[in-house]
Design a protein around this ligand. Sequence first.
Ligand code: XIL
Length: 391
Amino acid sequence: MSAPIAPLLSRRDVIAGCAALGLATAADAAGEPGLAEVAARRGILFGSAVAWGGQGSDTGSFANPRYAALLERDCAVLVPENELKWQATRPGPRLFDFARMDAIADYATDRHMRLRGHTLFWVPPQWYPDWLRDHDFGSRPAQAVEAMLVEHVRTVCARYGSRIFSYDVVNEAIQPETGAIRDTVVTKALGGEAMLDLLFHSARAEAPHAQLVYNDYMSWERGTEDESHIRGVLKLLEGFRKRNTPVDALGVQSHIRLLKSDPVAAIVKESAGPWRRFLDEVVAMGFDLVITEFDVNDRKAPADIAARDGAVADYAQAYLDIMFSYPQLREMLVWGLSDRYSWLEGFDPRADKLPKRGLPYDREFRAKPLRSAIARALAGAPRREPLRPAG
Ligand code: XIL
């Protein structure tokens, strides 16, 4: 194992760091329990995405004392935001680099937090490392792709062993517009279904202790693409069951979107029924559910901060209440804790250029109404059997 990239901080360091900065987390100040604790009482594991510490201290990383204070307050599970993706771990066809992921894994282990593996393969080519995008797989491309994928799964699973208890084995295989498996240099070589099956069978063989998840961003909003995306995911899941592909759970990314200026209640009303029907079908096939990447895209929510935070919180709670009504859902991860580092800022900016407010804490690490809404949804969830411990 390589040495940690950034010095690891003890809880005492974090508290001292916060004191030095004149900070207390808003949750501490309010004397409220952490979200992980509220969730655990209901049999739910709560956590967040995190970045490694190598890009300076003003990042969504454990090496940032202000961010680490939030992680240690609220999280029982972490997931690397980018550090286990091929762009980070596969600098060349025959090269692996786990320095960044190791730093996160060491931190999680040190803090007795659990760890999810995101992801063994992210299907859309825009996220491939450059060398893979137009790689020449030679005269026998099927064999070459198969060898590459199996080697990848084996190498990752052997390195992290029981430290990773759950993998997003495949991320985003469905093309939302068509509902079909995406056509890429990798899926084409083996055929989409065969390629996905290979990844899941390899993961089961190499990490028999782990929960194996198919992860995607089909969402409850009612656009045309949402419909075809959902139909495509259902078809994919049916195929997994028919072929006995070892898939344990559907990862519902849950990047929910306030993309209409309608009142929140009206948006929720049109989404709730069809979304429940989708989830009913998923659990009827025997899949568990995981909220893997929760945040709220507030692109069309009001500019006024109080109104916006209220709309985001209400929208989130309506969604989470539905999700937690399913006892098959036992993990919820947010895609970061503070708006300061949210990926949504770059991915889908507001027309008025105001900073987005889709995560539980604001840019100054103060708790927002969204944090309270998440706490309420967790506290109101029916108690369920927690996941069995890893390994
Ligand atoms: C995002 C990260 O947050 C960004 O930092 C990166 O530039 C692109 O990827 N769905 C996923 C995540 O499965 O891996 C994505 O993460 C967000 C959408």
